[in-house]
Design a protein around this ligand. Structure first.
Ligand SMILES: Nc1nc2c(ncn2[C@@H]2O[C@H](COP(=O)(O)OP(=O)(O)OP(=O)(O)O)[C@@H](O)[C@H]2O)c(=O)[nH]1
Ligand SMILES: [Mg+2]
Length: 446
């Protein structure tokens, strides 16, 4: 537990009805009593107080809440000062608290202390940040579920099974000959397989959760004038991008966030790909190619009347190994093709019209499907870090299976690695670097 008392404004910057300042640490009670020049109120009961400057003049007035340790968010002594949402008054109040012995909190420091004091595990602490940053209702409820421990519980269940198996194998190492027989009997193999599928299930849910949190990145690409910007506007439901009949209208990358059934989608519109002498356009095309490389999926637009030509084929070949692509045949309102999804020589092709909106629903369903999104019900939020830990857990289990014919010591070692990787999710196993990385991305006052 830290000896320092920290202070920060907990409400968002700007003006509002109420502004909250939090204090946490051993001196929180003394500092709160000093700034109000009054005794502390009864624990967890709101009392009206004036918040005073060094001369005893009021900075603001409001409610004081007092949470003696360990019954607080951080597990330390905490005081909350609920004043008015005036940025000036709140700044002055924090300044005064620092004069009285507190110091400014670093980003995420309240949550970090809550984690270090065992009030939350790491996945729950991350879920607080994910709830605050969530960009759809489904993402918000998934984050709440993680915050309430749904994800951590499922991780712990698997971790317990893993511990059971480890104990058993490590105990049997002492009776070496029998241990090898035990391993060979197939029961261990079966348990390892069960654990493997439990991890796979967990990873499946976590992937959905990560999708809700981070979204799916699509890049619209194609030759000039095929209707990339028009499609961006149609998906966004507003005139986000400039559309003209002139080829080469879009130069810069344009980003737009849209939500399909709760799944956030980051859509990037790009400059039409062609040979150009124009310096600005050349740079736009360079950026377009860069954006393509970072996409989860590329929508390659063509005019339905012309279809896929050599330029598109060349691009598909370049992408082939790295980024999956869907061909979108736009402008069916002039070509006369019916809307919908049909299999073409280069994979699925979507027939639609950015103008009339025909076929847009098929596109939305297609995007849900290729993102692997099954709807937000019952999900918990998860991060890339969690998926990575699950992947390493799974790899160690696979290695353990390979070692079965080898030696029980090596099986035991792989299981230890598996458990360690799993423990990183909830924070049983952590490094200072990892904690620093996680909590520094939080905002101040959280
Ligand atoms: N008939 C018809 N015209 C379309 C459709 N979509 C786009 N257009 C027209 O095609 C022209 C080019 O549209 P944009 O959306 O600017 O095309 P772009 O691919 O963004 O073009 P660049 O930015 O130059 O690469 C405009 O005149 C649009 O009105 C469509 O579905 N049907
Ligand atoms: Mg454009």
């Amino acid at each position: 537990m830290s000896g320092e008392t920290i202070a920060a404004i907990a409400t968002p910057p700007g003006r509002g009805g109420v502004g909250v300042v939090r204090l946490s640490g051993p001196e929180a009670g003394a500092i709160a009593a000093a700034v109000t020049a009054a005794p502390l109120p009864a624990p967890r009961q709101a009392s009206v107080r004036r918040f005073l400057d060094q001369d005893g003049a009021p900075i603001d007035s409001g409610l004081l809440l007092w949470f003696p340790a360990p019954h607080s968010f951080t597990g330390e002594a905490v005081a909350e000062l609920h004043g008015h949402g005036s940025p000036i008054a709140l700044d002055r109040l924090v300044e005064r608290l620092c004069q009285l012995g507190a110091r400014l909190a670093r980003p995420g420091e309240f949550s970090e202390r809550a984690f270090l004091n065992g009030k939350l595990d790491l996945a729950q602490a991350e879920a607080i940040a994910d709830l605050i940053d969530s960009s759809s209702r489904q993402a918000a409820s998934a984050a709440v579920r993680s915050l309430e421990g749904d994800f951590s519980r499922r991780v712990s269940e698997v971790a317990e099974q893993l511990t059971g198996l480890r104990v058993w194998i490590e105990a049997s190492i002492d009776f070496a000959d029998e241990a090898i027989e035990l391993l060979a009997e197939g029961e261990v193999a079966e348990q390892l397989q069960q654990l493997g599928s439990a991890i796979d299930q967990l990873a499946g849910s976590a992937r959905q959760g990560r999708l809700l949190r981070d979204g799916f990145r699509i890049v619209l690409a194609g030759q000039p004038n095929v209707g990339k910007s028009s499609l961006l506007n149609a998906l966004a439901g507003r005139e986000r991008a400039i559309v003209t009949h002139l080829p080469g209208t879009t130069r810069d990358l344009l980003h737009e966030q849209i939500v399909i059934d709760g799944m956030p989608l980051h859509v990037t519109d790009t400059a039409g790909l062609r040979e150009s002498d124009d310096l600005v356009e050349q740079e736009g095309i360079r950026r377009a190619r860069e954006a393509l490389a970072g996409a989860d999926r590329v929508l390659l637009l063509v005019d339905d009347a012309s279809g896929v030509g050599p330029a598109e084929q060349a691009l598909l070949e370049q992408l082939a190994q790295r980024v999956p692509a869907t061909i979108v045949r736009n402008k069916i309102d002039t070509s006369g093709s019916p809307p919908g999804e049909r299999e073409g020589p280069h994979g699925p092709e979507l027939y639609l019209s950015a103008h009339s909106g025909a076929g847009l629903d098929t596109l939305r369903n297609h995007l849900r499907r290729v993102a692997g999104y099954h709807g937000g019900e019952g999900l918990f939020s998860a991060r890339r870090r969690h998926l990575d830990a699950l992947r390493r857990t799974r790899a160690a289990l696979d290695d353990a299976v390979l070692r079965l014919t080898d030696s029980p010591e090596l099986v035991a070692e792989e299981l230890r690695l598996a458990q360690q990787a799993l423990g990183e999710i909830t924070g049983e196993v952590t490094s200072d670097a990892l904690l620093g990385e996680i909590f520094s991305s939080f905002c101040i006052g959280k």
